[in-house]
Design a binder for this molecule. Structure first.
Ligand code: SF4
Ligand code: SF4
Ligand code: SF4
Ligand code: FES
Length: 1003
């Protein structure tokens, strides 16, 4: 079976590609690319075994020897040989075939073929398939189990050393793709095996359960626990019976040969195909857009298989790979609920929808359309969201519609609109990976955008990319950076503007580019007058030498990709901070090219899409202004109704308007606004004042407690649709499971309400919704479901012929004169900062394992086992000063509220800064944060909160569980598998040769 081979060069994995050259493969003339791996060229022509070779992304590993061919008469590994002009390859010679069979025989010494009762026998086992392909009948090297226990200590997967063929793909994936650097192979051991942190058990090692190693493992040595005993018809039998069956197989093998046995297992694999459903979906957690197949058996989710995604290829993080228990959780809402007194009772859809429609109609009638408001979910599909904003505008008659990007991403969008014209990443993950320097500001990328972070870690580790991180906290990317510095919170605009001034003052600005493509240089240069390096050093509290070093790095960089997130966008001057970054990218000429650029990292899986489809008070889909009469006319014609001409309220304004009695009813989908907005008490008070409140969700969230009607929506696995990732990448997801109980796909619910209010919509499938949107939206005009079939993706803007734009601005900027705009800025101190009463700065954000408030991840048992509770990270200095040990209960108090939590002493935070993860089972972070917000967008200034802590008498246990990777993990970085160490073993012999030989690595 072929591996998931992709074009060379993806993610910088094979940079040495030149023009086509001719080579001879078994006498046939073939054109190949000079410098590509020979195995790739051969596989385009014919099958040859290649067990340890996975893809260009993983590169040659050279541990299995099953790809041996003759090159110019010499046995060479096809995966470890680069194509050169005139090469003569004999892949089918007797010598090469014999060598490959011998190599596979060695592998069988490390792996018992019990395929019929193996959970990995699903037509994609590469050991099984190679045995079939080579027509293996008997083995020379007898199977010898290794003297190690099966390791079951990780909640999600297990390692069986005795089935491990030592191919090293897991190590390669962990060291060079995920770059967590946990795995190695103990080649010098008497019985080599894979090692976690050099020899720990898995649970408690530095393993972050990303799943890369399991995804690439070619056999059953590494397997998801959710597959064990589930995939096969007979694999679930008790262990003693299973062992007996395996013994029978081994007993008959010498006489019968493997042929007949493998035929049985092949038949079983075929039967499994029929009951295991494989459905392509897109991750429902963060915005990277990881796509993969989900394997289901009935409603059981067996595993996630990433291989083909344009954004992620083989990559996942713990949430995407293992975070699916919530879908079948007992807490799922399965029927509509209607308020009765202080509680709720189940109701029929008919009753619930009729109630919703009649109450919304009555309130509209009595108080006017603008007394109604709609919140669209950033977790739902583009089609769900499109219908909700259409419902708000065309049925309710109001532009009071928004989504949760208001809480994080709107300032980034504003900064980009001000300067370059589109509110999206200027390139894709691949373009970040190609960049000469990555500048991360206020983003804990490895926690919040883990798969994107892998590509930066990889480029930094393997391809010489420079990495600079500005962040108060020493998160993983900061600890890997070439320079990490900690600007005083809320002052980033100052040092970033100082960098722009430095470039202009010292001859590093790209003046040709500015002259041709950018307006406003003179005014901007004048605005930079205050921003000297000295001023930046004193204002930001960063040593002058550090800033100068950063400036020199930026000046010298071939290209700069700036990544930023909530550390920038959750301040009172957040839009200005984002604008400053874009200004700097213009000054350094980092737009209009396929490396470098602006990457405001989005939050939820479809937060980009929620903005794109018009879930905002001022724009229709595709960021078309609601106040532009021409555009409004287009939508009026498209939707067949008159539309409101004025901008509506954003969600911050909606909350204030509820308090004032102006907004009297709300329809909210898929957002726990109580936990997500900046001031929980203020929001709760607003909801209490509503006349009518409809919440649509998959769980009964905090917000549901204030509802009059709760409608059960459906999670991504239960519906068709599209998501748009941070790269502007539009991708299809397919329904893997039926809607649970009486729940319904969200677009169906909105359509039902709309029709009860007289809309007469008749969408039968989300593809029809997308077709309507594309017809009205220039950015999406060429988007069709056909063009997105399977794993196909499009990055907007998409022209009518389907041409998309992975990199924006290659032909200029979307302003009337085609030029970008420098935007002058000034600095003002943050609104809230530590003082003598509240002496600590409260930082906050995500944790890798949990997503936001944790409504989904708290319902994943493995995540709960590893990370069951949150904690307040305090620095070692503060711990020493106040006598605090990990596990001590403390009361954290801000000017706005107070909560009780355990402390964790951590080297990641510094001095008088503390860090509180967002997840909120024990009380949301926004009990502590105030209502102050970004001036331009009303995005809450979560990162401008001062607190004090008081020690409580109770000393609890350490909030980190011993199996958590942060507890005692100690990674073992190396450049890959280090196969040379295997070749140095005394018992190593190159198959096909008679004598023990030492092969030199292919450099
Ligand atoms: S891992 Fe593959 S080859 Fe090994 S027993 Fe299972 S199906 Fe057979
Ligand atoms: S971090 Fe853990 S799950 Fe991820 S590749 Fe490494 S060992 Fe495997
Ligand atoms: S555990 Fe690692 S080394 Fe062993 S077979 Fe799987 S991928 Fe190969
Ligand atoms: S595929 Fe070439 S050595 Fe394994």
């Amino acid at each position: 079976m072929k591996n998931p081979v992709r074009h060379p060069g993806v993610n910088g994995s094979n940079p040495a590609i030149k023009d086509g050259v001719e080579i001879l493969i078994d006498g046939k003339r073939v054109v190949a690319t000079e410098g590509e791996l020979l195995v790739e060229a051969i596989l385009r022509e014919k099958e040859i075994p290649h067990i340890c070779y996975h893809s260009p992304l993983m590169g040659p590993i050279q541990t299995c020897d099953t790809c041996l061919v003759e090159v110019g008469g010499k046995l060479q590994r096809a995966c470890g040989t680069k194509v050169a002009a005139g090469m003569e390859i004999a892949a089918e010679s007797e010598r090469a075939k014999k060598a490959r069979s011998e190599a596979f025989d060695v592998i069988l010494g490390n792996h018992m073929l019990y395929c019929t009762v193996c959970d990995n026998n699903n037509e994609n086992c590469r050991v099984h398939n190679t045995a079939m392909e080579l027509n293996v009948q008997h083995q020379e090297h007898p199977f010898k189990p290794k003297p190690y226990e099966v390791d079951m200590s990780n909640p999600f997967y297990r390692y069986d050393p005795s089935q491990c063929i030592l191919c090293g793909q897991c190590v390669q994936a962990c060291q060079t793709v995920q770059v967590n650097e946990t795995l190695s192979i103990g080649w010098e051991l008497d019985h080599p095996r894979v090692l976690w942190d050099g020899g720990m058990q898995i649970g408690g090692s530095s393993c972050v359960s990303c799943g890369h190693c399991i995804t690439v493992c070619p056999c059953n040595a590494l397997m998801e626990k959710s597959m064990l005993g589930e995939a096969g018809f007979m694999s679930g039998m008790p262990k003693t019976a299973l062992d007996k069956m395996i013994d029978v197989v081994k007993a008959v093998e010498p006489e019968m040969g493997y042929g007949a046995i493998m035929q049985v297992s092949q038949t079983e694999a075929k039967m499994r195909e029929e009951r295991i459903k494989k459905t392509k979906t897109v991750c429902t957690y963060s915005c990277i857009g990881c796509s993969y197949d989900v394997w289901t058996k009935g409603r059981d989710i067996l595993k996630i298989v990433p291989l083909h995604g344009d954004a992620n290829e083989i990559s996942t993080c713990v949430k995407g790979k293992f975070g699916w228990d919530y879908v079948n959780h007992k807490d799922r809402l399965q029927a509509p609920l209607v308020r009765e007194g202080n509680g709720f009772r189940e109701a029929s859809w008919e009753e619930a929808l009729t109630l919703v429609a009649s109450r919304l109609s009555a309130i509209k009638q009595e108080y006017g359309p603008d007394s109604l408001a709609v919140i669209v979910s950033s977790k739902c599909t583009n089609e769900d969201g499109y219908l909700m904003q259409k419902f708000a505008r065309s049925v309710l008659g109001t532009n009071n519609v928004d989504n949760c990007s208001r809480y994080c991403q709107s300032p980034a969008t504003t900064g980009l609109f001000r300067t370059v014209g589109y509110g999206g990443d200027s390139g894709g993950i691949e373009n970040i990976a190609k960049s000469g320097l990555v500048l991360i500001i206020g983003s804990q990328t490895a926690d919040s955008h883990p798969v994107l972070a892998t590509r930066v870690k990889r480029a930094h580790k393997l391809h010489g990319q420079r990495l600079i991180v500005a962040d108060p906290r020493e998160h993983e990317m900061a600890s890997r950076a070439d320079i990490h510095f900690r600007p005083r919170p809320g002052t980033d605009l100052v040092w970033i503007s100082a960098m722009s001034r430095y470039m202009l003052d010292n001859g590093h600005a790209k003046l040709d580019f500015l002259d041709k493509w950018v307006n406003g240089l003179d005014e901007y240069r004048k605005s930079l007058e205050p921003f000297t390096m000295e001023y930046a050093a004193s204002t930001c509290n960063v040593p002058l030498e550090t800033l100068e070093q950063v400036a020199r790095e930026l000046a010298a960089a071939r290209s700069i990709a700036a990544l930023w997130a909530m550390g920038i966008t959750q301040h009172t001057r957040a839009s200005d901070g984002s604008t400053a970054i874009s200004n700097l990218l213009l000054i350094t000429g980092n737009y209009m090219r396929d490396e470098g650029g602006a990457y405001p990292l989005r939050g939820h899986n479809n937060v980009q899409g929620a903005g794109d489809i018009g879930a905002a008070p001022n724009v229709y889909p595709g960021y078309q202004s609601v106040t532009d009469p021409e555009i409004r006319k287009k939508f009026e014609q498209g939707w067949g109704v008159a539309l409101p001409p004025e901008r509506g309220m954003d969600n911050h304004e909606m909350v204030d308007a509820m308090h004032e009695g102006k907004v009297r009813a709300m329809y909210l989908a898929g957002e726990d606004m109580i936990s997500a907005d900046s001031n929980a008490n203020h929001v709760a008070g607003a909801f209490e004042k509503l006349d009518f409140f409809v919440v649509q969700d998959i769980f009964f969230s905090e917000t549901c407690r204030y509802a009059d009607v709760v409608l059960p929506g459906a999670p991504a696995l239960e519906k068709d649709g599209t998501f748009s990732s941070t790269e502007r990448r539009i991708q299809r997801l397919y329904q893997a499971l039926p809607e649970l109980g009486d729940s319904r796909a969200d677009w169906k619910i909105t359509q039902d309400i709309a029709n009860r209010m007289g809309a007469n919509w008749n969408y039968q499938h989300p593809s029809e919704i997308m077709a309507e949107m594309a017809a009205l939206t220039p950015l999406y005009q060429g988007v069709t479901y056909d063009r997105l079939e399977g794993y196909k993706t499009l990055q907007w803007p998409v022209a009518s012929d389907g041409t998309d734009q992975p990199v924006l601005y290659l032909d200029g900027f979307p302003f009337p004169d085609n030029k970008a705009r420098l935007y002058p800025l000034s600095f003002r101190e943050p609104e809230e900062a530590p003082d003598s009463d509240f002496d600590l700065f409260l930082n906050n954000g995500r944790l890798l394992e949990h997503f936001h408030e944790g409504n989904m991840t708290y319902r994943v048992s493995g995540i709960q086992e590893e990370t069951p509770e949150r904690y307040l990270e305090i620095s070692t200095d503060l711990a020493h000063e106040r006598g605090i040990e990990s596990g001590r209960w403390v009361r954290v108090t801000s000017r706005h509220g107070s909560l009780v939590i355990k402390a964790l002493v951590s080297h990641r935070v510094f001095g008088k800064q503390v860090y509180l993860p967002h997840l909120s089972q024990e009380g949301p972070i926004n009990i502590l944060t105030g209502s102050h917000a970004d001036e331009a967008t009303n995005t809450p200034a979560f990162k401008e909160t001062a607190v004090r802590i008081r020690l409580l008498p109770e000393q609890g246990s350490n909030p980190l569980k011993p199996i958590n990777p942060r507890f005692s993990g100690k990674p073992t970085p190396q450049t890959g598998v280090e196969v040379e160490r295997k070749w140095k073993r005394k018992d190593y012999r190159l198959p096909g040769t008679d004598v023990l030989v030492q092969i030199q690595p292919n450099k």
